[in-house]
Structure formats: structure tokens, C-alpha cells
Design a protein around this ligand. Structure first.
Ligand code: ADP
Ligand code: MG
Length: 227
């Protein structure tokens, strides 16, 4: 519990700082892009270098915009919701990417899952982030198993199990840190946002993994919020 608390402190401070920095980066970035484009128009050689510079600047802009999109405070609307309905929608969205990657999504729901007090759109975002990571961890395809069970006390346990590349045990503690990514096109923001959202729901995320075997991401949520 203490480790989890430390992690959440670090996240909020790092997150706030990063959001401020991200905002400040955009103006000089726009001005850089403008001048590179001007130089490119006048240049008679090395066009390829200008292309690379512009595409790298675009990439920085994309990461910064993505970050601001998720870090911006939103109006939250908590309601009592049925997880079946939420998952029906989430799986329908994830299915396209899954099929394209030869991934099959299998679900296993306990019959008596209690309702969850949640901000539906944020919760969907978490489940989609986790499913996306699972699909990306299986470039050759495989199964993702989603188990929804009644947890201890009156909570719910949702486990996403993949058969992907797995995560180095030393790296598991880095999950949820802003910008931690091992992917060439990754932003390292998906899990950071997911940890924050689940914390706001008074739940927790627990990751276990074995290299080359697969990863289990467990989301535990209380069925009734106490705050
Ligand atoms: P991104 O997907 O943009 O890299 P995330 O925050 O979603 O950022 O994930 C951070 C990192 O955690 C990933 O780059 C990957 O190394 C690791 N990871 C997350 N989920 C899984 C998974 N199911 N299997 C293997 N590695 C994972
Ligand atoms: Mg991701």
C-alpha cells in the first residue's frame, strides 16, 4: 500500500509538471516548424533533411498534444453502471484492431457482478488502453482473456490476460510513469492515465508478467464508492 501511495504522489507531481511544460513547448515548436518550412522552400539541396526535421517536429507536437488532451481537467460524471454493458461497447471498439492482428478476445463473466460507481467514459478509456497494449504485445496474434469476478469484500476484479512478449520484472515498477514506453511509436501515456483514472475510482491496478509468456493486468474496483 505504501509503495502504491508513493507511486501516486510521484504521478501527480510529475503529471502536473509535465502538463505545464507540455503547454510551454508548443509555441517555440510552432515557430521552429514555421522557419524550417521557410528554409526548406529556399533550399536547393538537402531536401531530405528538411523532411526529417519537419516529421520529427510533428512527432513532438503529436506527443505534446496527446499529453495535453489527457491531462486537461474534464467534467466528471459518476454513475452506477453495469460492467456487462461497458464491456460490450469496449470490445466492439477493440475488436477491429484485434481482428487485424489475429487476436481473439475471450470473456468470462461471473454471473453476479455488482454494479460499479464510475465515470463511464474514463473507465472505457482504461479498458481500451489495456486491451491495446495486450494486442500490441502479440505481434503474431494470440488470445486475450478478460475475466470479471467478484473480488474480496464487495469489489470487482477485472483481469486482462494476454499471451504476449511479457514485461521484464525490473521494468514492472516503471509502468505508469509518464513517457515510459518500449515502443517505437509509443507515447508512454496510456498506463499513466489509466493508473490515475483507477485511483480516482478508489481502485488499483496490479500487473504480473512473465517474459515470452504473457502479462496479466488486474483492475480492482470497489462496487460502491465510499467518497
Ligand atoms: P505505450 O503503449 O504508448 O508504450 P503505455 O503506458 O500504454 O504506453 O505502456 C507503457 C509500456 O508498458 C509499454 O511500452 C510496454 O513496454 C509495457 N506494457 C504495457 N502493457 C503491456 C503488455 N500487455 N505486455 C507487454 N508490455 C506491456
Ligand atoms: Mg499503450
Amino acid at each position: 500500500a505504501e509503495e502504491m501511495l508513493r507511486k501516486s504522489d510521484r504521478l501527480s507531481i510529475a503529471g502536473q509538471l509535465a502538463a505545464g511544460v507540455a503547454h510551454e513547448i508548443r509555441n517555440p515548436l510552432a515557430s521552429l516548424s514555421g522557419f524550417v518550412q521557410l528554409l526548406q522552400k529556399e533550399a536547393t539541396t538537402n531536401q531530405h533533411y528538411y523532411e526529417i526535421m519537419l516529421s520529427e517536429l510533428n512527432r513532438i507536437n503529436f506527443i505534446v498534444s496527446e499529453f495535453l488532451r489527457v491531462a486537461k481537467p474534464q467534467v466528471l460524471h459518476f454513475e452506477s453502471k453495469d460492467l456487462h454493458a461497458i464491456f460490450k461497447n469496449v470490445i466492439a471498439i477493440a475488436e477491429t484492431q484485434a481482428i487485424m492482428n489475429n487476436v481473439q478476445i475471450i470473456t468470462d463473466f461471473d454471473p453476479d457482478i455488482p454494479a460499479i460507481y464510475c465515470e463511464e467514459n474514463q473507465l472505457k478509456q482504461v479498458f481500451l488502453n489495456i486491451l491495446k497494449n495486450a494486442i500490441e504485445a502479440m505481434p503474431k496474434g494470440g488470445d486475450i482473456r478478460i475475466e470479471v469476478k467478484r473480488g474480496k469484500a464487495d469489489g470487482v476484479s477485472i483481469r486482462f490476460m494476454d499471451e504476449g512478449c511479457g514485461i521484464d520484472p525490473d521494468r514492472i515498477r516503471k509502468l505508469g510513469e509518464p513517457f515510459y514506453s518500449t515502443k517505437e511509436k509509443g507515447t508512454g501515456l496510456g498506463l499513466m492515465v489509466s493508473y490515475k483514472i483507477i485511483e480516482a475510482h478508489q481502485g488499483c491496478i496490479h500487473v504480473t508478467s512473465e517474459l515470452e509468456k504473457g502479462t496479466t493486468v488486474e483492475v480492482r474496483l470497489p462496487s460502491v464508492m465510499t467518497k
